[in-house]
Ligand binder design. Structure first.
Ligand SMILES: [Zn+2]
Length: 221
């Protein structure tokens, strides 16, 4: 249980404690998760895997002001666009870890495509009857001295987000963090905040990378 608690936060804080959080996030996004290309022999065609459709639902959003709620809802819409895309499917099922294998770390013995299908099922461990939905129970808290962006524990649906970081996050960073935390809600963990190949981290990075491009494209139009 402990290993889940500090979630996405520590990876941004361990190495460069004095830097602003944005710099650390930018650093992480310099290296987007690797994936197999269609030329690789073990590339899996997205057509071979069922998609499903996930709706994002804000079930309980506690502690957000108007501005925060607006950002959250924008992040939800970008997240929904990302997870239901063919590119997301391709990037998850063809995710390549740092050893060059088509596998996530701490994968509970499951293949990439099995993890993708579980993700797209939308059945949280504690709320298995809501298929097709990413249900978010979010609670904002404020600890100005803390380096934790957000955390959750396996015994609750609630994801806690630190206002200190949330207030400065761009929507794609919120979407990335939400994807990371929600991947915990469907039963996947990581051994440490440095396990970038784990499903929560890698999927969080994929979502962040794609959500940033979508946000930029929206601004241009
Ligand atoms: Zn985590």
């Amino acid at each position: 249980m402990k290993k889940w608690i500090f979630s996405l936060a520590l990876v941004f804080s361990i190495s460069v404690t004095d830097s602003p959080i944005q710099n650390m996030i930018a650093h992480d996004h310099d290296v987007p998760p690797q994936r197999l290309s269609a030329d690789d022999h073990d590339y899996l065609s997205p057509h071979a895997v069922n998609s499903g459709y996930l709706s994002i639902k804000g079930m309980q959003l506690t502690g957000f002001n108007k501005e925060g709620l607006d950002k959250l809802h924008y992040s939800f819409s970008v997240l929904e666009q990302v997870v239901n895309s063919e590119e997301f499917k391709d990037r998850v099922i063809n995710f390549k870890n740092s050893k060059g294998e088509r596998a996530f770390a701490s994968n509970n013995g499951l293949s990439n495509e099995e993890i993708y299908e579980i993700f797209m099922e939308g059945r949280e461990t504690l709320q298995p009857d809501t298929a097709g939905e990413m249900n978010f129970y979010l609670k904002l808290y404020n600890k100005s001295w803390s380096k934790v962006i957000g955390y959750t524990t396996p015994d609750t649906n609630v994801i806690n987000l630190n206002w200190k970081f949330f207030k400065n996050f761009k929507p794609h960073e919120v979407a990335s963090n939400l994807a990371h935390e929600w991947t915990h809600k469907i039963g996947f963990g990581h051994r440490s905040a440095k396990e970038h190949d784990s499903a929560p981290y890698a999927i969080g990075y994929i979502v962040g990378d794609m959500a940033e491009k979508i946000s930029q494209a929206k601004k241009l139009h």
